[in-house]
Design a protein around this ligand. Structure first.
Ligand code: FAD
Ligand code: SF4
Length: 484
């Protein structure tokens, strides 16, 4: 896959991977041997007919390929970029046993990009989904006691019920559930707390991995199905589940994600220029700090940034900080082998010049008199016996503490579901980390008519697993509404 050169890409926020040309896509698609019993479909939680769309690309019928993809997946340009394909569809590709698996994700991205480019070429008469590109309606926040929707939404589609469904949260889980229900003819309204829809797709994953223009377009194509998106409304603050039911929604899907950052619990964590990765990435992506002064939301990070953690969120934070002009060091308490980050993202980060220190953990963040970060105190670790995750447990090496001067610390050690949602819904069963207990196959919770899925149910996971949960819940909601 062609990519921006490391030296160039660290100076901008443009997408790193550049995508296939038509010729490259057709060549790659020709590698697929069209297995009679394809295993790759089993590896895709949204059940795309993978051999079919690949065959269509091989035959240069790109328009049909995107139609096939969209039958099951309304976010193909997003999934083609951020799905961990190596552990999903490509993992089960038979070619992978001896050679490289077919690059299913890249082909998916190609088809989605082809459609966008094709539609964008002049004269631009229609949007990617066949309608006018439209922005989600700016909504006014819900007030207690007010009707959250006017009840007049009309949707295209066959069922006569026109029952109203509420979806809380506009991340991949909520968007997928909403799109599938709209396709079935339901009147769906998404309620989103932020001013823009998309969840982590909009505020977490940086522009250089997932351009926001693509997120905007794919969300617009879901709105074109008739889904209404209301922003700036917060479940647990401006409305409750009970209110939605009393206002006539037949069923509710909660897909509010896992946006509560975890902290280290060490001295100095509340100093100026200590950020959770969530806040850091939100300021970069959603508030566009990298476009200062065009956007008046600068991010003051100094010269050296320490990122704590070894997952994808840590890689995104480190690569964003690098592009903001800092020298970046990632500290991870295990070794390279145990890092949960995708290999590709780790290699990208290395290529770009990010420094990695393994087997170290922070014990204190050091500040100056004005309470700004001036350094970090770390301790060396060694690996002990495996913990509950099966990975070797990091054990501190006594007396091995050392200091390093840094200006900013970004903590990327995990997220959990925000308790706001569950605390405002008495009686709703929750699990150990504050997640909503929901049936894996249907999303059903212990509350009648209330379904949940994605990170709010599983804890932090992946885009495609959240989408799979949204899809399964849509099916179950349809069944539930027909029964009632
Ligand atoms: P979210 O995407 O978190 O969406 C939840 C939505 O609900 C948000 O819009 C939120 O504002 C809204 N919400 C929350 N509370 C309320 C409320 N009370 N009222 C109304 N709305 C509310 N996964 C991958 O597969 N590949 C990647 O490359 C990848 N990179 C990642 C990078 C980062 C920085 C992060 C943080 C995560 C990454 N993930 C990645 C994980 C993936 O993004 C998540 O697993 C996925 O987005 C979960 O989807 P969701 O719909 O459950 O929740
Ligand atoms: Fe593979 Fe993800 Fe596309 Fe499914 S959506 S085929 S898992 S890249």
């Amino acid at each position: 896959m062609p990519r921006q050169e490391p030296k160039i890409r660290v100076t901008n926020f443009k997408e790193v991977a550049l995508g296939y040309s038509e010729g490259q896509a057709v060549r790659e698609a020709s590698r697929c041997i069209q297995c009679p019993k394809p295993l790759c479909i089993e590896g895709c939680p949204v059940e795309i007919d993978i051999p079919k769309f690949i065959k269509e690309i091989r035959e240069s019928d790109f328009s049909q390929a995107i139609t096939t993809l969209k039958e099951k997946n309304n976010l193909p340009g997003i999934c083609g970029r951020v799905c961990p394909q190596e552990s999903q569809c490509e993992k089960t590709c038979i070619l992978g046993k001896k050679w490289e698996p077919v690059a299913i994700g890249r082909l998916e991205r190609f088809a989605a990009d082809w459609e966008r480019k094709d539609i964008q070429s002049p004269p631009p008469q229609s949007s990617p989904a066949g309608g006018e590109e439209k922005k989600h309606p700016q909504s006014s926040p819900l007030r207690k006691g007010s009707h959250p929707v006017d009840g007049k939404e009309e949707v295209s589609g066959g069922v006569s019920s026109k029952q109203r469904i509420a979806v809380i949260g506009s991340g991949p889980a909520g968007l997928t559930c909403a799109a599938d229900l709209a396709k079935l003819g339901y009147a769906v309204t998404i309620f989103e707390s932020l001013h823009l829809p998309g969840g982590v797709l909009s505020y977490g994953i940086p522009e250089f991995r997932l351009p926001k223009e693509i997120v905007k377009k794919e969300i617009a194509s879901i709105e074109d199905l008739g889904v209404r998106i209301r922003t700036d409304v917060v479940l647990g603050k401006t409305f409750t589940i009970k209110e939605l039911f009393s206002q006539g929604f037949a069923a509710i899907f909660v897909g509010t994600g896992a946006g509560l950052p975890m902290f280290l619990g060490i001295e100095g964590e509340w100093l100026n220029r200590v950020y959770s990765a969530n806040e850091f990435l939100l300021r970069t992506n959603l508030m566009k700090s990298y476009l200062f002064p065009e956007y008046e939301t600068p991010l003051n990070i100094g010269k050296t940034v320490a990122v704590i953690g070894g997952g994808n969120v840590a890689m995104d934070s480190a690569r964003a900080a690098l592009r903001l002009g800092a020298t970046v060091i990632v500290f991870y308490r295990r070794t390279e082998k145990e890092m949960p980050a995708r290999r590709e993202e780790y290699e990208n980060a290395m290529e770009e010049g990010i420094e990695f220190h393994f087997l170290v953990a922070p014990v204190e963040i050091l500040g100056d008199e004005q309470k700004w970060v001036k350094g970090i105190k770390l301790i060396k670790m060694k690996l002990g016996s495996p913990d509950s995750s099966g990975r070797a447990r990091p054990v501190p090496v006594k007396g091995s503490e050392f200091h390093l001067p840094v200006d900013t610390v970004v903590i990327a050690i995990g997220q959990r579901p925000n308790p706001l949602v569950t605390q405002s819904s008495p009686g709703l069963k929750t699990g150990r980390i504050g997640n909503i207990i929901a049936d894996e196959e249907t999303g059903e919770t212990n509350v009648e008519g209330l379904f949940a899925g994605g990170d709010i149910a599983t804890g932090a996971a992946t885009v495609i697993s959240a989408m799979g949960a949204g899809k399964r819940a849509a099916r179950a909601i349809d069944k539930y509404c027909r029964k009632g």
